[in-house]
Ligand binder design. Structure first.
Ligand SMILES: *[C@@H]1O[C@H](CO)[C@@H](O)[C@H](O)[C@H]1NC(C)=O
Ligand SMILES: *[C@@H]1O[C@H](CO)[C@@H](O)[C@H](O)[C@H]1NC(C)=O
Ligand SMILES: *[C@@H]1O[C@H](CO)[C@@H](O)[C@H](O)[C@H]1NC(C)=O
Ligand SMILES: *[C@@H]1O[C@H](CO)[C@@H](O)[C@H](O)[C@H]1NC(C)=O
Length: 438
């Protein structure tokens, strides 16, 4: 109390922070009420790396089969993935037999999944993991397998009976916007009626954008996460186009994300072939800033120790999984460097700076810390830790100081700013006015 009266400025800062948080909460939109995805889903999804490979004769190690998923389950359990939060092992398209069974139920391809999905789910559960599956709102899946149109209740019940824990519901072969919206809602209600807790991953807005701007308020009431933009590919061009799309549309999508419902910029392709090391760091940092589901699509049997360490970085995962659940946004672009920031719990902030100049070497970038975190992150001071590309403590920064960083071409510097509003005045005198990082 005494301190407050001696530092009216500090009191004002605290009031400002409080108002900022209240304002955000007012914008909160009701989420799908299934108790799931309170933080973004973490796991593995086969599509980007293994696609629709059904040729088990010639490529037994990379075809879509129960063996592939059992091997991934073993590794998620034994190689530390589960321990840092990667929990959902997810099947994408091409798991089905070409026809439904005589009762109209979906069935797994009998040669590639001889034990069926129920046995696979049991195996995955025995490893302390959860199983995800894939289906489609229209008449066929994107790869041409049976669609769920007309079968929403039967399919939801089939998945629940098998012990499935997540459904990725695609939007191919759907002939109208009415069928699309109606189908996504019906499947959500059908999953609820099974009584089983099943994360519901939608592609509803992606397919809606072809016609008009999606109603995200409505989508959030039915889905736990939703894809907005094209499939990710194993290329920098693709990762960059996702970041561009997200920042161009941030006014419409950032505020709708929160516990229970998230924007999904698609899979992490870290550990594959197309991204340089700096670009892999960029993907990891920005998927954390965007509060994105972290669904890796890579080969856990052969992944490099470097990529594994990046994907298992606990400090970066903590930003992604921050319980406040506010998605970050682009703050500005200046001289081909973009600065994004994300509010975190306990008045902390994450800041990512990406160098989009694809020529030359590392570039210096200076930033007034007063410009970060709505002007309150470092008021009166903050403790800054660099998390990527390598972890190092940068120290205390007062509100008037400048932070200088060095960023590789297509690389990112990810920072965590901890509020230091509580430090006493004599400590403040030792704050750095300007620090160089090299
Ligand atoms: C189904 O929805 C109701 C009401 O929205 C909710 O209370 C319940 O937990 C849901 N059940 C499941 C299994 O998601
Ligand atoms: C599925 O096909 C039937 C028959 O052609 C058609 O009437 C129906 O509208 C289609 N449904 C969707 C979602 O495309
Ligand atoms: C979006 O959906 C919500 C919830 O269903 C509804 O209240 C609102 O009117 C819709 N907004 C628009 C612009 O259609
Ligand atoms: C990935 O590649 C496909 C086809 O090659 C393309 O349609 C899609 O737009 C690409 N995605 C991104 C995000 O660039």
């Amino acid at each position: 109390m005494k301190q407050k009266s001696r530092h009216p400025q500090l009191a004002w800062v605290l009031v400002l922070r409080f108002l900022t948080l209240v304002f955000w909460d007012v914008l909160g939109v009701r989420a799908l009420d299934n108790g799931l995805a309170k933080t973004p889903t973490m796991g593995w999804l086969h599509w980007e790396r293994f696609m629709c490979n059904v040729n088990c004769q010639e490529e037994p190690d990379s075809c879509i089969s129960e063996k592939l998923f059992m091997q991934m389950a073993d590794l998620m359990d034994s190689d530390g993935w589960k321990d840092v939060g990667y929990e959902y092992l997810c099947i994408d398209d091409c798991w089905m037999a070409p026809e439904r069974d005589s009762d109209g139920r979906l069935q797994a391809d009998p040669t590639r999944f001889p034990g069926g999905i129920a046995r696979l789910a049991k195996y995955v559960h025995s490893k302390g993991l959860k199983l995800g599956i894939y289906a489609d709102v229209g008449n066929k899946t994107c790869a041409g397998f049976p669609g769920s149109f007309g079968y929403y209740d039967i399919d939801a019940q089939t998945f629940a009976d098998w012990g499935v824990d997540l459904l990725k519901f695609d939007g191919c072969y759907c002939d109208s916007l009415e069928h699309l919206a109606d189908g996504y809602k019906r499947m959500s209600l059908a999953l609820n009626r099974t009584g089983r807790s099943i994360v519901y991953s939608c592609e509803w807005p992606l397919y809606t954008w072809h016609f008009h701007k999606p109603n995200y308020t409505e989508i959030r009431q039915y889905c736990n996460h939703w894809r907005n933009f094209a499939d990710v590919n194993d290329s920098w061009q693709s990762v960059k186009s996702i970041l561009d799309w997200t920042s161009s549309n941030q006014e419409g999508i950032v505020d709708v994300a929160g516990p229970g419902g998230w924007n999904d910029p698609d899979m992490l392709v870290i550990g594959n072939f197309g991204l340089s090391w700096d670009q892999q760091i960029t993907q990891m940092a920005f998927w954390a800033i965007m509060a994105a589901p972290l669904l890796m699509s890579n080969d856990l049997r052969t992944i490099s120790t470097q990529a594994k360490a990046l994907l298992q970085d606990k400090d970066v995962i903590a930003i992604n999984q921050d319980p406040l659940g506010k998605q970050g946004y682009k703050l500005r672009k200046e001289d081909n460097i973009e600065v994004w920031e994300r509010p975190l719990s306990n008045l902390a902030w994450a800041v990512a700076m990406v160098n989009l100049q694809e020529i030359g070497g590392p570039r210096f970038h200076s930033i007034f810390v007063a410009s970060l975190g709505k002007g309150v992150a470092c008021n009166p001071a903050c403790l800054i830790t660099q998390l990527l590309p390598t972890k190092k403590k940068l120290g205390f920064y007062s509100w008037t100081s400048t932070l200088k960083t060095q960023i590789n071409p297509t690389g990112t510097v990810l920072l965590r700013l901890e509020s230091a509003g509580h430090v006493t005045l004599h400590q403040k005198t030792s704050f750095k006015r300007c620090t160089t990082l090299s």
